[in-house]
Each structure stands twice: as C-alpha cells, then as structure tokens.
Design a protein around this ligand. Structure first.
Ligand code: SAM
Length: 332
C-alpha cells in the first residue's frame, strides 16, 4: 500500500542529553538559531506529517516523549554544534522508547544486556542524571568500544562496560544484587529499519493479512525469526533471574510477530515472577499497540507498543515486564 511506503520519509528526532542541558535550553538554542517552534497540540486537526512537511527551519516538542524534539524529514543536524558538543543525541524516536519504559530511578542500578553501540545506555544515564550505576554488556568488542566512545561523548559517568555474552553473566554475583532495572534490546532481524523499507512493508502486510502464499524465501525468513525468537526469549528469561530486578523493557527493530508478541507470550508462559507492565506504564499516549497474535490476548497486546514508518519512525516493538507482588502470583 502506497500510504505505508510514502510515509517512510521519516522525521528527524533530537534527544536532549539531560546530563548536559535541559529541553527548554535546547528549544531556546534552536530558536536562537532561527528554527521556528511549532506546537503540535495547537495544530487544529493537522497531523504532524502536515505541520512538519514543509522543508523549512521548523521543529516541535515530541508529543509523546518529554526529552525529544522532532524536525522535518531531511533535516541534517550532524554538523550542528549542539550535536558536536554532546548536548543532543540524534536518535530515532522508537529507539528512545525503551529507556522511558524502564524508567530507571536516579541513584539506582540498571543493566543493559545487549548494549552496543550504546544509544539506549546513554539514554538511561540521561534519565538517571548520572546518579547510580549502569552495567552495560555486549559480546562484540568493537561495538563495545564504540559504546565507550559514544557514551563518553555524551558525558555519561556511571556506565561499566563489559565484553560478555549476557547469558554467561551470573545473576547471583553480589555486584548485581542492587540491579533493579534491565533494558533488553537483543539482536533481531532488523526488519523494521526503514532503509529496508520494502522488506518491512511486505512483512508487516503478511502479518496483518496472513492469507498470502509465501515461497522459499518467506520460509527461510520464518526459520530465522524462529531462531532469533528463541535467543531473544532466553535473554529476557536470564534478566529475570537477577534477584533485585523489578522492571524490564524488551525491544526489537523487527516487525515479525514471532520476535515480538511471540517472545512476550513465551516469556509469560515460562515463568510466574514477572507479568506484563500495564499500558499505563508503556508509552501510554502512543496509539499503535501490539497485535493480537502469536499467543497474546487482546488485553495483553494493548500493553505493548509497535511503531511503523507511517508513524514517522522506524518499525519497532517495545514491551515492559514488572515483578509481580506475591498476591499477584497467587492469583495466576
Ligand atoms: N541497544 C543498542 C543501542 O541502542 O545502541 C543496540 C543493540 S543491537 C540491536 C544488539 C546488540 O546485541 C549487538 O551489539 C550484539 O553484539 C549484541 N549481542 C548479541 N547477542 C548478545 C549476547 N548473547 N550477549 C551480549 N550481547 C549480545
């Protein structure tokens, strides 16, 4: 469908690094640089696509994420001094959702299981105001070096980066006893990334309208998604073994239900200590929720979030898990 393809000209998002500055200060800095602030809540029925469609120096506060600004498609801020000095991070909107789902409290301890290149790690540090501790793991040494550089540029001071397979990290190691928050963003098929637009649209269509017949290619894609789903499920279940963890976000940049709703359903079936975080804790004002598929009920699907290019962002999925109170477990 053309409307899905056309919408792929994604907006440019600017995440304000709260370790360096504030949203108000950055809004003013862009205004001083002759960018015009528009108020999307006063757009009188016009969509963000209409208001920010013009290729001019306009921008808006993102209506869903408080530390995000949105610019028209095609805006290039890579050479902007605010980017160069670490005041802002250029990060797609969907990829800014997981840290807001984890909501790590300043002063607490958090872990990022598959952290490199570190955009979400640096986002957690920003929300934690550089107070507390973040354990960041990745099994790829080179990507982890990028994380150290990127989070250093962003002035993060509370990150301990370790090159490890997260599945080999001992949850009962006393160093992790205080860890309350876990951000899980494991490798996925990447089918939601907009520059793989055709693959994305085709897979999304086959999910919403599964009557089409697939050839060999779609069968091998399915097998790959199944293997990935097993790995992704094991990452979530491993994070749940850390005794102090009470809130978890699980995300992918995939549109395949198997890697998304399917993983959530398997996790819920495999253990009883964690339940799904309610819709009120998972980007509550966001309209596009999960699909009632791959083992999720309608109510469960409403608790998780999907994004698509027609929302002005990459294809993405986020779910939250929370440790249940003993009374909740007795009732399941
Ligand atoms: N969260 C990152 C960010 O926002 O910048 C992106 C993470 S990327 C989707 C997935 C990462 O998981 C890759 O860097 C990969 O090396 C790492 N990875 C894959 N399997 C892993 C494992 N078993 N343990 C730790 N890291 C793993």
């Amino acid at each position: 469908p053309a409307h899905l393809r056309d919408a792929a000209s994604t907006f440019r998002y600017v995440r304000v690094n709260l370790l360096v500055t504030s949203v108000d200060a950055i809004v003013k800095a862009f205004q001083d640089d002759r960018y015009r602030l528009v108020d999307l809540s006063q757009a009188e029925g016009r969509s963000m696509h209409q208001v920010l469609a013009v290729k001019s120096r306009v921008f808006a506060r993102d209506p869903h994420l408080a530390d995000l600004l949105v610019f028209p498609p095609g805006t290039d801020l890579h050479a902007h001094p605010l980017f160069a000095n670490g005041s802002v991070v250029l990060q797609d909107k969907a990829s800014c959702m997981p840290a807001h789902v984890v909501q790590p409290a300043p002063g607490s301890a958090a872990l990022d299981a598959c952290a490199a290149p570190g955009n979400k790690t640096s986002h957690m540090a920003s929300l934690m105001k550089n107070r507390g501790r973040i354990f960041a793991f990745d099994m790829d040494q080179r990507r982890l070096e990028t994380l150290v550089e990127l989070t250093g540029n962003a002035k993060c001071k509370i990150i301990t980066a370790q090159c490890m397979n997260f599945l080999d990290v001992d949850p009962l190691d006393p160093s992790y006893a205080d860890v309350e928050y876990a951000l899980l963003d494991p490798s996925c098929s990447g089918s939601g990334i907009v520059n793989r637009q055709d693959a994305l649209v085709d897979s999304y269509i086959s999910i919403v309208n599964p009557t089409g017949t697939g050839g060999d290619e779609s069968r091998s894609t399915e097998a790959r998604a199944r293997n990935l789903a097993e790995f992704q499920t094991s990452i979530v279940l491993h994070a749940m073994r850390f005794p102090g963890v009470k809130r978890i976000s699980y995300s992918t940049c995939s549109v395949h239900a198997e890697e998304n709703e399917g993983v959530v359903a398997r996790v819920l079936q495999s253990q009883t200590e964690f339940g799904l975080a309610g819709a009120d804790q998972v980007i509550p004002t966001w309209h596009r929720r999960g699909l009632e598929t791959a083992g999720l009920t309608k109510e469960q699907a409403a608790c998780v979030v999907r994004t698509m290019p027609e929302d002005g962002t990459n294809g993405f999925f986020v779910a939250g898990f929370v440790r249940q109170q003993p009374a909740d477990i007795a009732n399941t």
